[in-house]
Each structure stands twice: as C-alpha cells, then as structure tokens.
Design a protein around this ligand. Structure first.
Ligand SMILES: NC(=O)c1ccc[n+]([C@@H]2O[C@H](COP(=O)([O-])OP(=O)(O)OC[C@H]3O[C@@H](n4cnc5c(N)ncnc54)[C@H](OP(=O)(O)O)[C@@H]3O)[C@@H](O)[C@H]2O)c1
Length: 265
C-alpha cells in the first residue's frame, strides 16, 4: 500500500502548513508532484509557501486559511475544497501546539483549545475525508503525533494526553482501514527545530537538550512520508529518539514520572 500517485483533480491536504513540520511536509509532497491544499490560520504564510511551491514545482497549490479548532471553519474548509473540484487522497493532519506549565497555572481556555486543535480537529477531518478514500479504495493519512504521546508527562500533561489520543486513533485506523486500501501512519517525533518550543513555552527545556535529540522539520517530513509510502503504522525520526522512546516506555512509571517532572519543572 502506498501514497496514491499524483492524479488530476486530486490533491494532498496539509494542515499546519504555515510553519515547521507542516510546511516541510507540504514542500516534500510538492516535490513528489502532488497538488496541494494548505491550511492554517496565518494567511500570509500560506500565500508565501503557495507562491514558492507553484514556482518551484509547477504544481497547483490552493490555500484555505482556517482556525481548525472552530467547527464552522472546518465546515467552510470542506465546502471550499469541494468548490475547488478537488478530491483529497492524501491527508496530512499536522496542525497542533503544546504547552509546558504547571497544571494549576495553565489557562483553562488554552487547555481546551489544545484538545480541540490536537484531537477534535484531527478526528473530525479524518472522519470527513476518509470515506471518499475508502470508496475509491485509495488514500493515505499521516497524523502528526509526538513521542510525548507514548507515556504520561508531568508539566506537559495535557499535551501528552492529546498526543496519546492521536497515536491511538492513527494506530487503530491503520489496522481498520488497511483492508479498504487506505494507509494510516502516526508520525511521532521527539524534539524538532520549529516554532513549537516557543509557542509551548518550552525553549528553556529545548536548549538544555543534547543536539542529537533534535531533528530538522525536513528530516521529520522525509521520515514521515517514507513510512506512509511503505504502509508503516508509526514513524519516529532519529535513532537516538527511538532509543529514548524505548527506555521511556519500558521504565517503570515510578522511575519515569519523577525523572520527567525534574526535566520539565
Ligand atoms: N516541534 C516539535 O518538537 C514537535 C515534536 C513532536 C510533535 N510535534 C507536532 O508537530 C505538529 C507541528 O508542529 P511544529 O513543530 O511544526 O510547530 P509550529 O512550527 O508551531 O507549527 C504548528 C502549526 O500548527 C498550526 N496551527 C496551530 N493551531 C492551529 C489552529 N487552531 N488552526 C489551524 N492551524 C493551527 C500553525 O499555524 P497557524 O499558527 O498559522 O494557525 C502551524 O502551522 C504539531 O502537531 C506538534 O504537536 C512537534
């Protein structure tokens, strides 16, 4: 099972395309010849990327600025994609953000926004676009999760819980949709050099981390799309991160949890 080849009137839709991993995934897909629909809130960033990709790869690039945490914006996105006459056969769900903070100091509205962006929007968009892929017996879905979803993380608690949900749904759908010709992969990076740390108030922690644990967004995109093309269930960029993930998953929780609390406090 593979990523469907570029076809007329078909496109890859990438959320979170205005920055970081999402922008790198869009660049990689354009280089593979796919037409694109780019989605995020910042219109100017999407316009710049669309101009760059159209010029460099001569592909069709449409932009739909939208706040994916808002159900009415998601509904508008579906209407606009339909009006463009495009069928989405590659779906890349990358939009998301994190927050490092003591739970009791976290802004309640921001926690809710995180759940709606990272989990609700991911599930809702997959539910909208996957049925056509199943009908056509062809489609690929890359859900950008995180190694944070593999275990609980004090001071990063809600983010880790949202990513546990994303990894879980991706792995379930990987198995459920395989007989229908649709492949689903969870991309689970460790630290990646994007705007994420600044948004998450985690720059201090990222700066303390050894460099070999931090991937570039370009590497992340390449590893994720290679895994998607090969029909893999999950993908983790960087061997050092895969080793870290293994230890974090196998350490007894009574050792892991206070270790993590020290790292993030
Ligand atoms: N960087 C890391 O260390 C790391 C590690 C593991 C997993 N991840 C995951 O990778 C994904 C991409 O993050 P990144 O590292 O590339 O960070 P980033 O550079 O901050 O990009 C985040 C993207 O999500 C979009 N976004 C956020 N909220 C949105 C909303 N309500 N509606 C629409 N778009 C929204 C942003 O666009 P606008 O602001 O323009 O809306 C931006 O394009 C996230 O899901 C993140 O959890 C990141």
């Amino acid at each position: 099972m593979a990523i469907p080849p570029p076809r007329p009137n078909h496109a890859a839709l990438v959320t979170g395309a205005s920055s970081g991993i999402g922008a790198a995934l869009a660049r990689n897909l354009a280089a593979r010849g796919h037409d694109l629909v780019l989605v995020a809130r910042r219109r100017d960033r999407l316009e710049d990327l669309a101009a760059e990709l159209t010029q460099r790869h001569r592909c069709r690039v449409e932009i739909v600025p939208a706040d994916l945490a808002e159900p009415c914006d998601r509904a508008r996105l579906l209407r606009e994609v339909s009006a463009l006459g495009l069928t989405i056969d590659v779906l890349v769900l990358c939009a998301g953000f994190g927050m490092v903070a003591p739970f009791t100091a976290s802004e309640p509205d921001r926690l809710t926004l995180m759940i709606r962006t990272n989990v609700e929007a991911t599930i809702a968009l997959a539910r909208e676009f996957v049925p056509t892929m199943v009908e056509q017996r062809s489609g690929a879905v890359l859900m950008v999760s995180s190694m944070a979803g593999n275990q609980p993380m004090p001071y990063f608690a809600t983010y880790a819980a949202t990513k546990a949900a994303v990894t879980s749904i991706a792995e379930s759908l990987h198995c459920e949709l395989k007989p229908h010709g649709v492949t689903v992969t969870a991309l689970c990076p460790g630290s990646v050099s994007t705007e994420f740390a600044e948004v998450a108030n985690a720059s201090r922690i990222e700066n303390r981390q050894p460099g070999h644990l931090t991937a570039t967004p370009e590497l992340c995109a390449e590893v994720g799309l290679k895994a998607l093309a090969r029909g893999r269930r999950t993908a983790v960029p960087l061997l050092s991160v895969r080793v870290f993930v293994w230890f974090a998953a196998h350490l007894p929780r009574f050792i892991w949890l206070p270790t993590c609390r020290r790292m993030f406090s």
